[in-house]
Design a protein around this ligand. Structure first.
Ligand code: ADP
Ligand code: MG
Length: 696
């Protein structure tokens, strides 16, 4: 039996159970071994009945004094109540609808039972174990020691209960080699020396203890060991990616900026801020060396990242290469395309636009122009990753709003460099806390644009209930009459049966036939045809539309400095980071701007979130709050980062383990024998993510 064998190799698991397990992603024995408990039940201490606290969960041990059976309800449900005594008091324990227990619950038998303590009949003195969580009936001569301890609670599913999981995992753990070589081999994944140096439990002990810990201490050690190895392997992968890019293949080498760059530079409508200038220096330094650039530019919404992309792309073109700018939405791609064409007019630089929705003919023509180098800069969506896109000479890849693309996607384009790897610049408005930067962007160097361009008036943010909507929209109306523009964002496109939320379509009709009658309004959402979407956005850019009702399609990057008001309907429906992104649509010029969050939600967290947003403009602080309130999964959205899902490590809380694991990974990379040890492990654990790592 090997760890990667089918789960059916395990005693007691046939095709039927295997099918249920598969739904939980458990296919191999190893999957089961790493199906870590979701939580634990602490049954390590027995509480005397006299010391039970009402409302608290506890384990009692005693003898059954008598058993009463009742039938209740129309269905004649069996109710069994045992009176248990332990010398300090008596407690009633009740089981519903388990008639088979009748033959087992016998006076005189010893019983362990865990549940919530309550007063029987609502009176003092007589206790009751309500909501029995688990119980064990002891046989003659048993002391019951194995029923005491900390027990795992697994994410179960219909047909597979806790008892099943506990038994299956125990059988598996028992099959694991105890050192005599005849069991299931559990190979080490950490190179020699690391476990000792970082005081980690042996692997087999950690697996045993994560499922069946002796005590809280052992559980903590087990978690640390397993989280360490998980983070360590990912760090090795990321560092190898980085090293591979640096060592195996030279990068495109750019020369210092000359005429074309200077021309574009001098035509910018503003001067770079100090932060922008310093990031631009980082970028130039990277681009001018033949080590491939892999740089992440972090900067809050509106901090002015686009111009950095523009300058970098011009630089690559000036050096005779092509550049690609990849963005996550069609609207944003279109907007960048317009900005670039405008700013590059009279430079001779040819810009192309690619999205999944241009006609087949246009696409074919563009592909040809890309391959024959008749276009210098291509701006587009994921469509840039399609096979037909073959650059003649790719010098730079920029991805904007990076958290929406994965590591793997990034490298698809990078591989297009022919002899030399193209430089890579990644831009994100998500101010990621340090732990996250290291896990998610461990293979990148980081530059930050910390301050917004001068002259920005902070956006003032208000939280209002929906009974104020007439006033809010009256304000939107006066703004429109004064030539200013507004966004109105709704959580849904159209009316849904399940949820009673304002849809974009409804709000659009309500406004244009109602309070905003006579004001040019527009509607844009993800389900519209691209041509329609584009026409509406164009009209909004040109101020032919004053009020744009939309879903979150405008969330990223859209830049209309004349827009001064943002109304978010049902604001509690959105995440903090998302609301902050949305708010980034206004306050882009020097006009005073207002963000109004409409919400009737009364839940504590919803109110807390919205008030945090009203209180701060600092994206970094908001990101941390969002993480705290919603957890990392929600924050990034499932799998958006393209890295392996973490099974046990917690990107928020395990900073210390992460830093140690990163250090260990760095040490590993410096030692050939350790590297040779880790590489195959990495390949087998994380094939998808790190398979493009070649020998370095
Ligand atoms: P983001 O970082 O969110 O992508 P943008 O690049 O869209 O931000 O820039 C936001 C706005 O700030 C744009 O209107 C842009 O022209 C303007 N901007 C960028 N840099 C400067 C600067 N140094 N001085 C003044 N305005 C600037
Ligand atoms: Mg941007």
């Amino acid at each position: 039996m090997k760890l990667l064998d089918s789960i059916q190799m395990l005693k007691g698991i046939g095709p039927k159970k295997a099918k249920l397990l598969q739904k939980l992603g458990i296919v191999t024995l190893y999957d089961l071994l790493t199906y870590y408990p979701r939580s634990y039940e602490d049954q390590s201490t027995v509480t005397p009945i006299a010391e039970l606290f009402v409302g608290e969960r506890a384990t009692i041990a005693g003898n059954i004094m008598n058993v009463v059976e009742k039938q209740a309800g129309r269905r004649r449900m069996t109710i069994l109540t045992a009176l248990v005594g332990d010398g300090t008091g008596f407690a009633q324990v009740t089981w519903f609808n388990q008639p088979f227990l009748k033959t087992k619950l016998k006076a005189g038998r010893r019983l362990f039972v865990t549940g919530k303590a309550a007063y029987a009949y609502g009176g003092r003195g007589q206790m009751e174990i309500a909501q029995v969580q688990s119980y064990a009936l002891l046989d003659e001569g048993e002391d019951g020691a194995e029923h005491l301890g900390i027990f795992p609670v697994y994410g179960a599913t219909d047909g597979l209960n806790q008892a099943f999981f506990r038994k299956a995992v125990r059988t598996l753990l028992d099959a694991i080699d105890d050192g005599d070589g005849d069991g299931l081999a559990l190979s080490e994944v950490l190179p020699q020396g690391i476990a000792e140096r970082y005081h980690l439990l042996p692997r087999s002990a950690a697996f045993r203890a994560i499922h069946f810990p002796k005590d809280a201490e052992e559980l903590k050690d087990a978690r640390r060991r397993l989280a360490f190895e998980e983070l360590y392997l990912i760090q090795c992968g990321l560092l190898l990616l980085k090293k591979q890019a640096r060592v195996a293949q030279k990068g495109v080498r750019h020369l210092a900026c000359s005429t074309l760059s200077r021309q574009v530079f001098s035509h910018l409508p503003f001067r770079l801020t100090d932060d922008q200038a310093s990031v631009w220096q980082d970028i130039c330094r990277d681009m001018e060396s033949d080590v491939p650039m892999r740089r992440l530019v972090q900067g809050d919404v509106g901090s002015g990242k686009t111009v950095l992309a523009l300058l970098a792309l011009v630089k690559t073109v000036e050096n005779g290469f092509q550049g690609a700018l990849m963005v996550p939405t069609e609207i944003l791609a279109r907007q960048h395309y317009e900005t670039f064409t405008r700013q590059l007019a009279n430079t001779g630089i040819r810009v192309g636009f690619l999205s999944g929705h241009i006609t087949a003919k246009e696409k074919r023509e563009l592909y040809e122009r890309i391959t024959s180098h008749e276009v210098d800069i291509v701006i587009g969506t994921h469509a840039l990753l399609q096979e037909g896109v073959q650059f003649a000479s790719l010098g730079l890849v920029v991805t904007d709003e990076q958290h929406r693309f994965g590591v793997a996607q990034r490298s698809t384009l990078e591989k297009q460099g022919t002899e030399r790897l193209p430089d890579v610049l990644v831009m994100t408005a998500t101010p990621i806390p340090r732990t996250m930067t290291l896990t998610v962007y461990g293979d990148l160097d980081v530059s930050q644009v910390r301050h917004l361009p001068p002259g920005r008036k902070p956006v003032r943010t208000f939280v209002r209930t929906s009974d104020r909507r007439p006033l809010i929209y009256k304000y939107v109306r006066t703004q429109a009459e004064a030539g200013r523009q507004s966004y109105v964002v709704c959580p849904l496109v159209e009316q849904s049966d399940e949820e009673d939320l304002p849809s974009a379509e409804e709000v659009y009709d309500e406004l244009r036939y109602g309070i905003l009658r006579g004001i040019p309004c527009g509607l844009v959402h993800g389900r519209m045809k691209d041509a329609e979407k584009e026409a509406v956005m164009q009209a909004f850019y040109e101020n032919r539309i004053r009020v744009l009702v939309s879903t979150t399609v405008i969330e990223v990057g859209v830049n209309v400095p004349n827009a001064t008001t943002l109304v978010v309907e049902h604001a509690d429906r959105f995440g903090l980071a998302q609301l902050h992104q949305l708010r980034g649509r206004i306050g882009r010029g020097d006009l005073a701007s207002y963000c109004i969050l409409v919400s009737d939600s009364r839940t504590e967290t919803a109110r807390e979130r919205l008030s945090i947003l009203a209180a701060t403009q600092d994206g970094f602080q908001l990101a941390e709050e969002d993480l705290r309130l919603r957890g990392p999964g929600q924050f990034f959205g499932a799998r958006q980062h393209g890295l392996p899902d973490l099974k046990i490590a917690d990107v928020l809380k395990d900073t210390d383990i992460l830093l140690e694991a990163r250090q260990a990974a760095q040490e590993t990379l410096g030692r050939q024998e350790n590297l040779s040890f880790v590489r195959p492990i990495l390949a087998s654990h994380y094939k998808e993510q790190f398979e493009h790592i070649t020998d370095v």
